[in-house]
Design a binder for this molecule. Sequence first.
Ligand code: PXG
Length: 286
Amino acid sequence: MSLKVYISGRLVDKEDAKISVFDHGLLYGDGVFEGLRSYNGRVFELDEHLDRLWESARAIHLQIPGTKAEMAAAVEETLQANQLRDAYIRLVITRGRGTLGLDPNRCSDPQVIIITDKIALYPPENYEQGLELVTAATIRNHPAALSPRIKSLNYLNNIMAKIEGLRAGCVEALMLNHKGEVAECTGDNIFVVRRGTLMTPPIDAGILEGITRNVVLRLAREAQIPVAEVPFTRHDIFVAEECFLTGSAAEVIPVVKLDGRPIGEGVPGPITGRLIQAFRRCVQGD
Ligand code: PXG
């Protein structure tokens, strides 16, 4: 059975899942997206992802066809059509078909695309031994240009940083902001444990407000781990006790090295371990 993809109200075979070459999503990266997960047939933090999708769209003056409830139902329908209980879910909203010219007002029919598939995870050894990161020379988008809070189809900046990481043999790369502070990674938020406090950059450091990030902050508070959303620099990572990343795809993953320097003892730390366990319980709905 071929994988079914949802495109604007219809479930089609993956081979037939096509959109126009005149769609501004393709021509200009004009659109927004979300990446979600389902565990045991339940979509994790669905409302939060839909809220962020609607906010991203609002920020680029794009009206998403239909309601959040209709989108939630369409996600459910797509998962069921593919008999997926543990899945990766990609929602894409494009500006729609237009003319060769930037003007979004000349676009009609924004497309709603829902792709569900098996999850491609980092290899298990990355979770056991931890990741190594390099700092990319490519900085995160300047917040006064395209806001990093918008999950837009324009990910080239992060792709450039990802290429830097891959060329250095790393699956993720650290991105700094325009002030030289730590922002986040190409598709994951970053945390450090320093002097017993869990620290992560604030939203106004120019980052995506990750939904996994927010869940981990809540889990840490519940576990009575001191938490601070404060700006910090690469120096704070070099001298940190622990470091980890969060994201819908990666979940919570330890980081043990930055730019060739071991972090803490150079192995995944105890607070990271506790939060990985708490997160696993949380996604299973415990
Ligand atoms: N920062 C950036 C720049 C992201 O794109 C995150 C942080 C983590 O956010 P969430 O809400 O997922 O905790 C992201 C999320 C993919 C993929 O297929 C990318 C993301 C999420 C899932 C899949 O590349 N980015």
